[in-house]
Design a protein around this ligand. Structure first.
Ligand SMILES: NC(=O)c1ccc[n+]([C@@H]2O[C@H](COP(=O)([O-])OP(=O)(O)OC[C@H]3O[C@@H](n4cnc5c(N)ncnc54)[C@H](O)[C@@H]3O)[C@@H](O)[C@H]2O)c1
Length: 271
């Protein structure tokens, strides 16, 4: 609205997602579940997209029941073009529109603890395929649809480890680690998002990122203790602390925000 008078603006309404159709990949995961719940609570129709094993249809049915809003669960393998095309067709058939895309899937592969010196090509390829190519296909197929219609919001999820290197001391005395392929694939997600933010800016599609960090999921004590020592906030985060950033970026409240990487990382990279 072309005005300098804020008194005529309903700021609360700007965050409302009523009637918007939001496709979320990795919907049944730790952060994905919080994304879905938050979007549904703000009135959005959630399309919960995840692999067969995650049972997205069951999840969407429960989400719909809890929030009394039409939701849909669709099985997808994000690295497979035909699977992503089928996802788009199904969403259009059911809702006739797409207003937002959130790419919350990830693969760190079962070989996550392989030392860098021994990483196999197979391991590398799988991580890059799901994390980077999967994000590319979702953006290309669903994002192009939104660009053609002239509006939409994409939120991709890179990682702290595409912003800074992992502090290897974090993993001392734990069974955890962070593979290089993960960092590299997430760096690609970051660059792709930047690229698309200018590419689609004039077409009304905003492209932003959320970078979560250290989201608590019953981690072993040693890891949580190490994490607290290195974190300015001296604690891990929770999935429900990540989701509010998504509401902002998907909604009209962020109408002038694109190319942004919102760090929800408790100041991890601030010092
Ligand atoms: N958890 C964290 O602390 C953290 C930190 C930084 C970034 N991230 C990023 O946030 C996002 C969500 O993380 P999370 O902790 O919820 O992960 P998660 O492992 O709990 O969930 C990932 C989801 O992706 C789905 N998935 C895996 N392969 C897929 C495929 N081929 N096609 C479609 N779906 C697939 C899984 O079934 C799962 O539901 C990821 O992109 C992750 O890299 C997480």
């Amino acid at each position: 609205m072309r005005t300098t008078d804020p008194t005529i603006i309903n700021f609360k309404e700007k965050f409302d997602l009523t009637g918007k159709v939001i496709v979320i990949s990795g919907a049944c995961g730790l952060i994905g579940r919080a994304f879905c719940e938050a979007v549904a609570q703000f009135g959005g129709h959630v399309v919960a997209a995840d692999i067969e094993l995650a049972k997205p249809a069951e999840f969407a049915e429960q989400l719909q029941g809890r929030n009394n809003i039409k939701c849909l669960g669709i099985e997808v393998e994000v690295e497979n073009k035909n699977s992503v095309l089928a996802l788009k067709e199904r969403v259009i058939a059911e809702f006739g529109r797409i207003d937002g895309l959130v790419t919350g899937h990830q693969n760190k592969s079962h070989l996550i603890f392989e030392p860098f010196e021994n990483v196999s090509e197979e391991n590398w390829d799988k991580v890059v395929e799901v994390n980077l190519k999967g994000t590319f296909l979702l953006c290309q197929i669903l994002g192009s649809f939104m660009a053609e219609k002239g509006s939409g919001s994409i939120v991709n999820i890179p990682s702290t480890y595409s912003v800074v290197a992992p502090n290897q001391n974090l993993y001392k005395g734990t069974k955890m680690g962070c593979p290089a392929a993960y960092s590299a694939s997430k760096g690609g997600v970051d660059a792709l998002s930047q690229y698309l933010s200018s590419y689609w800016a004039a077409k009304g599609v905003r492209v932003n990122m959320i970078t979560p960090h250290g989201v608590w999921n019953n981690h072993e004590d040693a890891f949580e203790k190490n994490f607290s020592n290195f974190s300015p906030m001296q604690r891990m985060s929770y999935n429900h602390e990540v989701a509010p950033a998504l509401i902002y970026l998907l909604s009209d409240a962020a109408s002038y925000v694109t190319g942004n990487n919102m760090l929800v990382e408790g100041g991890w990279t601030a010092w």
